[in-house]
Design a protein around this ligand. Structure first.
Ligand code: PMM
Length: 288
């Protein structure tokens, strides 16, 4: 199976001839790696546009931090954070993804011009999510996370992390399909760092081929995550801060692109945009 086949395409979104780059705008005061920096609407829109200038194909806008132990923001606050940013970016022609676990936020973001719904709970947090996405016809990112209600680290115990994540994602995909979302609009994501430790994340990244077996385009979101801090620190050292993990993130982007990921989700776009373009050029050379 060639990488081209693995990458796949998502109905309702533009087609890219390589792994797509999803830039992240967290409109939050407390996100793990960039909390507070883009909390203001104007700054957030400008940041999204800057990322497009640097090579992002899509921009993922979120208003709720999912860092371990974060408390949920209320619906009104999430809407206030997210909708103006979605509107501002969509009106400039940007392909916008909305990162939310709330159906109401997804619905209003889609009305404001978002093209894709990214739900880290895989449709579990809000029973209205799947019906809303199905009715809209929007593509849907189904992420694996066991502990969406109680904080990031619950139930992070696995006998075989790859098999269990694949099986649990399969069950979520079935539920999403039964709920009326078209199969060619479903993207799957292993949820790196979500009820998983550094070793789990590395094993999942080493077995993306098994995730491809689910038959849906794959989103890989490794950017600045804890496992990169662990790898960079070595056995004795202390992990570098999140914003010093961008070179490592770009390395994962190249590897994920080479393994046929549909898209990578990152905070710092430029290096990853270069990485996926180089991966594509090497893939092209292999075809010659
Ligand atoms: N990770 C975060 C937020 N949203 N969405 C998807 N699909 N996959 C992820 O792994 C994911 C996500 C947390 O990272 P951040 O707060 O540093 O952006």
């Amino acid at each position: 199976m060639s990488n081209q086949n693995r990458r796949g395409q998502v109905a309702g979104l533009p087609e890219w001839d390589r792994c797509a780059v999803m830039g992240v705008v967290n409109v939050t005061p407390d996100s793990f790696s960039d909390g507070g920096r883009w909390f203001d609407t104007t700054a957030a829109v400008k940041h999204g546009l800057d990322m497009v200038g640097e090579g992002a194909d899509l921009v993922d806008v979120g208003g709720e931090s999912t860092r371990p132990g974060a408390t949920r923001v209320d619906e009104g606050e999430e809407l206030k954070r997210v909708i103006p940013v979605v509107k501002g970016l969509a009106s400039e022609g940007v392909t916008v993804s909305v990162d939310t676990m709330r159906a109401s936020v997804a619905e209003q973001a889609l009305a404001a011009g978002a093209a894709l719904v990214n739900d880290v709970s895989g449709g579990l947090a809000d029973p209205a999510m799947i019906p809303v996405v199905a009715a809209s016809g929007a593509p849907f990112v189904v992420m694996h996370w066991r502990g969406f209600l109680e904080g990031g680290n619950v139930k992070g115990v696995y006998d075989d992390v790859v098999r269990e994540v694949v099986d649990e994602l399969h069950a979520r995909v079935e539920a999403v399909r039964e709920g009326g979302v078209a199969p060619d609009r479903i993207v799957v994501d292993p949820g790196l760092g979500f009820s998983k430790n550094a070793e789990h994340d590395l094993v999942l990244l080493a077995h993306l081929d098994r995730l491809h077996g689910l038959g849906h385009p794959l989103l890989v979101a490794a950017s600045r995550k804890r496992f990169l801090g662990r790898v960079l620190a070595g056995p004795e050292g202390s992990p570098p801060p999140a914003r010093e993990r961008d070179a490592a993130t770009a390395a994962v982007s190249a590897l994920a692109a080479q393994q046929g990921a549909w898209a990578v989700r990152v905070h710092e776009v430029r290096a990853t945009a270069d990485a996926v373009r180089v991966a594509r050029a090497i893939e092209g050379a292999r075809e010659r």
